[in-house]
Every structure is written in C-alpha cells, then in structure tokens.
Design a protein around this ligand. Sequence first.
Ligand SMILES: Cc1cc2nc3c(=O)[nH]c(=O)nc-3n(C[C@H](O)[C@H](O)[C@H](O)COP(=O)(O)OP(=O)(O)OC[C@H]3O[C@@H](n4cnc5c(N)ncnc54)[C@H](O)[C@@H]3O)c2cc1C
Length: 416
Amino acid sequence: MKVIVLGAGIIGVTSAYQLAKAGHEVTVIDRQQGPALETSFANAGEVSFGYCSPWAAPGIPMKALKWLFMQHAPLILRPKIDRAMLSWLVRMLSNCTSERYAINKSRMLRLADYSRISLADVRQETGIAYDERMQGTLQLFRTQAQLDASAKDVKALAADGIPYEVLDREGCIRVEPALRHVRDKIVGGLLTPKDETGDCFKFTNALAAKAQELGVRFAYGTHIKGLDVEGGKVRGIFTDHDHIGADAVVVALGSYSPLLLKPFGMNLPVYPVKGYSLTIPITDAARAPESTVMDETYKIAITRLGDRIRVGGMAEISGYTNDLGLARRRTLEHSVTDLFPGGDVAQASFWSGLRPMTPDGTPVIGPTKIGGLFLNTGHGTLGWTMSCGSARVISDLVSGRKPDIDATDLAIGRYA
Ligand SMILES: Cc1cc2nc3c(=O)[nH]c(=O)nc-3n(C[C@H](O)[C@H](O)[C@H](O)COP(=O)(O)OP(=O)(O)OC[C@H]3O[C@@H](n4cnc5c(N)ncnc54)[C@H](O)[C@@H]3O)c2cc1C
C-alpha cells in the first residue's frame, strides 16, 4: 500500500519505520529540513515506562492554583479568548477524578509497557546509539510531605506490577552519587528501575536513516496544506508543492494535528502545552546525574545524556508560541544548580517545545471516520517514551492486522 506519514517527529519517524517493515511504500512529509526539529528536538530525555501518569489527577486543580503563584512555578497559564484552550481546560479538569485517573493511567501504562518491548526490539534490529542509559528514574522528594504523598503512586505501581523502590536519603545517594553533596536538601525518593534515558533527537535521526535504507522517502521543506478526501475516503494530501496520492495517510503532526482535521468536522482535543529545556555541557562528572532525576518540587527532570545534562519541564498554556522567557530559564537553572552543579550553565542552550496534549493524557491512535485516514498523535508529556509501541500499533491498524495490545480505547472514538 502507498502510505503517507505526515510529520517527521519521533512519532512520524517510528511510524514510518514500522510501516516500511510491514512492506508498505512510505513517504514522510515535513515542513522542516530534517527529522525531529520541533517538539522532538530537545525534550527531557526520559524514557519513563514506569514514571508514566496523566497530568489530570485528583488534587491537581488545587495544586495548580498554588503553582500559579509560586516562584519557579511548574505551571504557567496565560488565559486568552481561545475556544480550543477553554474547551481543553474544561475537559482536562473533568479528568481529575479518581475514576478517570485510574482509566487513563492504565491506558498509558499499557502503551508504555508495549513501547518498552518495542524500543528494545528496534535497538536490537538497528543497533542505533542515542546516548542511551538503562538506570531508572528517581523521583526526588525534598520534603517529608512529598515522600508521604508518594504512597498513592506506590500503590498504583504495585497494582500494575511495575517494579519500584522507595528510598531514604542514603538510598537516593546510592543511586545518584552526586546527591551526596546536597544530602541535606533531600528526604527520599521513588525509583522506577526499568526506566531508561536517551536523546530523542539522535534516536529519531538515526532511525530515519534506517527507514530510508528500507525505502522510506522523506520530503522535507514541504508544507502540508490539506487532506484530499472524496466519498468519505482519503485519496492523498495537498502540499505547497503539489498533490500526493495515497491509499492511507497517518497524521503525526504533534500539536498541529487538530488544524488539519478541523475542516472535516473532526474535533481532536489536542492542545499545545509549552515546555522548556536547557542542555548543559558537563564540566564535573562527579556532580552530574547518572540517569534521570525528577525534582518533585519544581516538576523538573534532570537527565544525563552522554557528556551533557538535559534539564526539562514546566507547563505553559499559552497557545502556539515558542517564545523563550528568561524567567523560565532561571527556573531550570535554579533546579539543576541546586542539585547537580556539574555543568557550565553559561554555555547551555535554551529551547522550548509544544507538547501535543490530550485532556486525558493518553495519545490518540487509530482509524477515523474517513476511510484510510489514521491518527498517531497527542502524546503530550511522554511522546518519546510511548513512540515505539504507538508506531507498531498504527502500523498494524493500517495493515489491517490486530495489534498486540488492545487499542480500541486509544482511538478518537473515545471522545464521542
Ligand atoms: C520540555 C519538554 C520535555 C519533554 N520531556 C519528555 C521526556 O522526558 N520523555 C518523553 O517521553 N517525552 C517528553 N516530552 C514530550 C515529547 O517530546 C513529545 O511528546 C514528542 O516529541 C511529540 O512528538 P511528535 O512527533 O508527535 O511531534 P513533533 O516532534 O512536534 O513532530 C511533528 C512534526 O510535524 C511537522 N509539522 C507540523 N505541521 C506541519 C505542516 N502543516 N506541514 C508540514 N509539517 C508539519 C513539524 O515540523 C514536526 O516535525 C517533552 C516535551 C517537552 C516540550
């Protein structure tokens, strides 16, 4: 079959790789000049199969109110008259119940666990390197209240059979030796040892090269203008250059996916939630992290990527803008220098990206009401983590095969 994949981020490239392996003739279209140049460019580098939860959780509305007024706030809301923003916020709040949280989390964990297996397979098949490490995620608590509150996460991990360890201060230092320099600032932690880390940009580029070897064609510098739909079936796409015909189209445009679907009456609840990162060259490895540490106080992830530290976090709800605010940089600098001052912050590169967030945290993967049109988008905070499993699911669905995991509740139909 002739399949077009829209978008060359981590989701589009992993999809194209699996579709090519399944024997399809695949073309990937992207407006950028190469793979992973938008949200997949400099994320926090956590491949967190265990540390994997929806943001919409019980207690979040109250916490969010507190965060809005905190110095180094993890949440920034810039309200404006934007129907998409308001409707997304209302839907997100309606998912903050215990029942919805349990359903959403179990969907995410199912996909994340499948992604763990699928990423290991891709690594074995291709041998690609991407500054990967397999040393777990340490959720770090600076207060006893944070440690106590983690009891509900521990319960959820135990119920889902995800390995974990609750650590005291010395346990945290055993896992992350650089923390011995700041032992008085920490109380304990929660380790999910099966989690991994790696550079999403390097991985996406290396996999795009492997996909090309399998025959995938990449059309960069090409703006997608619309879908060609006739008689309820997709026939191809319109770009700023020409019309490209196809038997099937997979939408993997991240935060921009809803804009393409709107003219066809499809209301995809994906909204851009901006995050920021710093990439810092390491000058003193003894004061750098070994793996990934989630600073619970600021909700900031600090990850070792080869000879660099990647610091990422914050959720800014402000629409489609990639502006870089100095105050956000200060927050990232504050968190990393407080715990791991082993890098040259003055030499760091500062970046922002738009997480394609659904209100329930789960991506949208599956067919649509238009024949031949499939979605693989809305991966929000965990697109790198969930990419390889999502790609296998979409490849199976496009190929008319039953995916290895239940995917019925991942499709857009769940919002009906
Ligand atoms: C600060 C931050 C930290 C993060 N940390 C982590 C983490 O630690 N672990 C994790 O798992 N996830 C993390 N994420 C989330 C992860 O980065 C995203 O979920 C993921 O990158 C989304 O990938 P994507 O392919 O869907 O989107 P993108 O990478 O944005 O790809 C979409 C592509 O579509 C193209 N495109 C869009 N519109 C058009 C058009 N009209 N024409 C042509 N091309 C178009 C774009 O150029 C882009 O290349 C983080 C995100 C941020 C912002």
